[in-house]
Write a protein that binds this ligand. Structure first.
Ligand SMILES: Cc1ncc(COP(=O)(O)O)c(C=O)c1O
Length: 376
């Protein structure tokens, strides 16, 4: 049989209709509060531009990315809603932040001095949000520095401090005691803000885990990434929010061969067929973001049935044991997501291989072609 025209390799089919459905579902759950949609790392592997365009059309209030380059990419693609960058800014980037109207992050006291000096020199400055460390011990102002920070801000009323926020370390865990501690720390931060008589428009702390677990920390905006993409941040959160996975990761069967019982398959020859079997070669490998460790217990879905991965995943290909089913060359198998009769939750793979949904989704790339579906 010759190869069909559609046998070109891995595809990530992105259901934008499901993205918007997830957005509405989350907003309803958080009583209509504004959402800052986190679209860093190329929209968690889904394509930041298309995801942001769809969410903007639905009325999302804010976007967050990690680097200034990611923010400029969104602006150049017509995103006009506010965009916050999570990374520490470099002084050379302030001109770009002003030009593209990008909100910067003040997470270290000395960065505020840099911003103030920039303002004194140029008479302009980007809007900023203050990030406070309440227990993540990553980027974030020390609570002990906040009095100095607010004294400096009060001396420069021309600067626009639009937000104050913090980030949870354990909001997606079963034991929420550390998250409760962080919540109390942030309450203390808000008391300090009040004491200084400063009016800050946005207070945001919640990520996906806290959307599900910690309603007391929603404040007046929530930052959401993973739930928008239709996956849960961990196995320990309540999973009753009816979101749907927006990515369908799949790849084509490029060859099928019947082999006898006892045939060794793939590198290391560890997989040995137990019976006469149809072995299919799938054109997708770990270089395309397929999770290599999944081969040990993993499977793919085809026509509503699951079939085991046969042997180690290679860089560009892997094999599947279809047993006595003879699949059609050119057909796709589903790796994860939801498609007709096939459904493999990315969460199940993450748990099995001791990884996370964040790692698995952001890894999808290499030669994977993204296809966007925007109708129901
Ligand atoms: C600062 C910050 N806020 C919010 C998020 C969104 O988290 P999630 O995808 O769990 O909603 C992230 C993601 O890592 C983050 O780094």
């Amino acid at each position: 049989m010759s190869l069909g025209n559609n046998m070109i390799g891995p595809e990530a089919c992105i259901h934008l209709d499901r993205l918007l459905y997830n957005y509405r579902t989350i907003r309803e759950h958080i009583d209509g509060l504004p959402i800052m949609a986190v679209v860093k790392a190329n929209g968690y592997g889904h394509g930041a531009v298309r995801v942001a365009q769809a969410l903007q059309s639905e009325g999302v209030h804010y976007f967050a990315v990690f680097t200034i380059d990611e923010a400029v990419e969104l602006r150049n693609a017509g995103i006009t809603e506010p965009i916050l960058i999570f990374s520490r800014f470099h002084p050379d980037q302030l001109d770009i932040a002003v030009e593209y109207n990008i909100t910067v992050n003040i997470s270290i006291y000395s960065d505020l001095s840099i911003l103030i000096n920039y303002f004194l020199r140029t008479k302009k400055a980007p809007i900023f949000h203050l990030k406070v460390d309440t227990g993540m011990t990553r980027l974030g102002l020390d609570i002990a520095d906040l009095n100095h920070v607010f004294d400096s801000i009060k001396k420069h009323p021309e600067l626009e401090c639009e937000g104050i926020y913090s980030h949870y370390a354990t909001a997606d865990e079963g034991d929420l005691s550390y998250a409760e501690y962080q919540h109390m720390q942030f309450e203390q931060v808000l008391e300090i803000v009040k004491m200084h008589g400063i009016d800050i428009k946005y207070r945001h702390f919640s990520n996906s885990g806290a959307v599900l677990n910690l309603p007391q920390s929603w404040h007046n905006m929530v930052r959401v990434g993973m739930l928008l993409y239709g996956a849960f941040p961990s196995e320990e959160v309540p999973k009753d929010l009816p979101i749907r996975p927006i990515m369908e990761f799949r790849g084509p069967i490029v060859s099928v061969r019947k082999v006898p019982k006892g045939t060794h398959v793939s590198y290391g020859g560890k997989y040995i067929t137990k019976n006469e079997s149809n072995i299919g070669v799938i054109q997708t490998g770990f270089a395309d973001g397929f999770p290599r460790p999944w081969y040990e217990e993993g499977f793919v879905a085809y026509n509503g049935e699951n079939f085991p991965i046969a042997g180690r995943v290679c860089m560009d290909q892997f094999m599947v044991d279809f047993g006595n089913v003879a699949p059609k060359e050119g057909d796709n198998v589903l790796f994860f997501g939801e498609s007709g009769k096939n459904h493999i939750p990315v969460e199940q793979i993450a748990t099995t291989i001791h990884s996370t949904t964040y790692v698995l989704l952001t890894a999808v790339g290499g030669r994977t072609k993204r296809i966007y579906i925007d109708t129901i």
